[in-house]
Write a protein that binds this ligand. Structure first.
Ligand code: FMN
Length: 230
């Protein structure tokens, strides 16, 4: 490949990606969305199975999802809503427990929320369901009859959206929390029974002045997760 054909600064796109939890109301042009999602469609997948299916929500449909979930949160027992797969372990343990606590603590202290203030924490959690004010909400599903490895394909697809969005000056936040409310979402979107809701995400232009967006999650040093062997 000649130098002229080298893609743009992929390293910067990777390292500038972070989860943004407050957005400007500025809409995202349709062509930009289509370009990001077309790029994500180039993600690799086992046997080129391309198992992803994507729902892009704006306007009234996005609002119906927000309203439907907030109503379920307010009126139904928490236990009535469970995800279709375990993204998180039931028992956390170190070093993951410490990392999880640290990022949660950083977010809540930026927002001035005390650890003991469950009501305030619940309110912040509920911000997920209005996609943190983002103009675009996305759901990614796949056919549940496929195997566990499909989660790798979906992960690559998701990261391609996240990084592709950076290339357009946009930001994102992955949102597994939507998987708890797949039944509500299923009632609103034209999803087939065999589709499993893998993840939701918000996309838009970051409100860089918002306190929650001052969060830069700590990253491990390369030496902590990589061994070079000759
Ligand atoms: C698949 C996936 C699901 C996530 N779900 C949520 C979520 O439901 N709500 C949320 O606020 N953040 C969610 N996150 C964001 C993580 O908390 C975030 O990636 C992590 O704290 C590291 O921060 P960074 O993305 O800024 O590097 C999710 C991230 C991923 C990759």
């Amino acid at each position: 490949m000649s130098v002229e054909n080298l893609p743009g600064d992929v390293h910067s796109a990777l390292t500038s990606r972070r989860s943004i939890r407050r957005y400007l109301p500025t809409d995202v042009p349709q062509e930009t969305l289509a370009r990001i999602l077309t790029g994500a469609g180039y993600a690799p997948s086992g046997h080129n199975s391309q198992p992803w299916k994507v729902y892009v929500l704006r306007g009234a449909t996005k609002q119906r999802v927000t309203d439907g979930i907030l109503k379920a949160v307010a009126t139904e027992p928490e236990a009535a809503h469970q995800p279709e797969y375990d993204y998180y372990p039931t028992e956390w343990f170190d070093p993951y427990l410490t990392r999880r606590r640290r990022v949660g603590h950083s977010l809540y202290s930026l927002l001035g929320i005390e650890r003991s203030d469950k009501a305030a924490r619940d309110r912040q959690m509920a911000e997920n369901f209005s996609f943190f004010g983002a103009p675009v909400g996305i759901f990614v599903t796949f056919d549940r009859r496929l195997a566990t490895g499909t989660f790798m394909d979906i992960g690559m697809f998701l990261q391609s959206i996240f990084v592709g969005a950076r290339g357009e000056g946009l930001d994102t936040c992955g949102q597994a929390v939507f998987t708890w409310y797949h039944k509500v979402i299923r009632d609103i979107l034209p999803m087939q029974d065999e589709e499993l809701l893998a993840c939701g995400l918000s996309m838009g232009y970051a409100d860089l002045a918002a306190p929650e967006n001052q969060l830069f999650a700590e990253k491990l040093d390369l030496s902590e997760y990589c061994v070079f062997l000759d």
